[in-house]
Write a protein that binds this ligand. Sequence first.
Ligand code: TRP
Length: 454
Amino acid sequence: MAKRLSEAGNVRARWGSSAGFVWTAAGSAVGLGTIWKFPGKAYEGGGGLFCLVYLAVAVLLGVGLLLGEFAVGRAAQKNAAAAFRSLGRECAGRSWAFAGHLGLLSSLAVLLYYVEVGGWVLAYVLGYLTEPGAILGDPGGAFARLVGGPGDFPWLGAVWSPLAFTLATVLILRGGLNSGVERFNRLVMPGLLLVMAVLALAVQALPGAGAGAAFLLRADWRGFDFDLVLSALGQCFFSLSLGMSVMVTYGSFLPPRGSLPGNAWAVCLVDTLVAFLSGLIVVPAVFATPGAAMGKGGSFAFTALSGVFARMPGGLYVGLLFYLLLLAAALTSSVSLLETLVTFCAEEWGWRRARSLWGLGGFLFLAGMGYTLSYGGFWPGPLAAGLEWLADRLLIPLAALAACLFVGWVWGPERALGEICRGSRFPGKRLWVWLIRWFAPAAILLILGFGFFA
Ligand code: TRP
């Protein structure tokens, strides 16, 4: 394992290879949001038009901001809070640790519901394997039983499956950065891409699917409006895991040489490919099913989509593969979130890895339960919706804003570009500087403003 001493004297791990880093960062980016939000958003946004706008946003903003976060991490070689603190002190005499803290807080908030929802996906995979009739026969009822309701404590949805999912995340991290996190991602991510491509092809064979694919591939510019751009911007941020200290942390395990722009492009490419493939699976499948309607997010994926699989020839296998893909995507993302928090606890508080893992894992399991209990209605009150709102609408955009203002104005384009160009050529310098100083903060402010008041 590649290790070396950091200034603090603790041992820091390093990625085994550039490909390992790209697959692992892509594993963080490709998550539930990529797979189950993108098709619905693309559908609402007019299909092909949304795809085009999303592509533009991902290429410009996505790659640019990823690059900024990787650069901060690699330059500092520290956990996210320490990275913003030390670079800030070095060049402006002021700690910007709060930018890292905001990101870490968002990671914690997102993890709280990721372990729950990841657990539900696991329960679906097992359900498809052991008693498919129960889900396929009545998808709405099956989901309602999973998350419980008033007077009906959901043992499976709130206790057993999140426990198994949290345990799986912890055990992957137990293996360490290289033999745990990196190896898991290198194994899972290429497989995920392959299975998605196969599924996307197979779905096109359904009668009526062609109209769905055509809808996604044909752009009608008359549908272009501000809401569409806003929706694409928000999706891109969330899907690429920006602003959450995760990409800073992953960047901090990079050796000083190697192409940052190449890596950022590759991560964005994998994430966008998965999003489009998911669109090409979900939208045609819904179009091919009489009476089915598009939607997005968890309730759509757990109920409406299972209804589609129930009526599709071979739907049992398509459904099983689909939930397996979701499970893989959720695990690689939760792994990145927990690694970010564990690295922070180790370097800032001196906790041993095992202690952080079991401590955080236990906390997530106990506190996360509240999400499921409130989602299903066992606990009245908007805890679940509130947590999502806090993470998606407030914490993530705020953290992204802080990170991008830091790179553009505090650390400054000169130092940032110095880091980015170490080990590679970067032809887009002037455009990137303009993006990170003006365009990205403006875009994030829009997301923040509209998300907050919507
Ligand atoms: N990108 C993930 C998805 O598409 C969600 C997410 C946002 C995330 N920020 C993250 C995952 C940080 C891991 C780490 O679902």
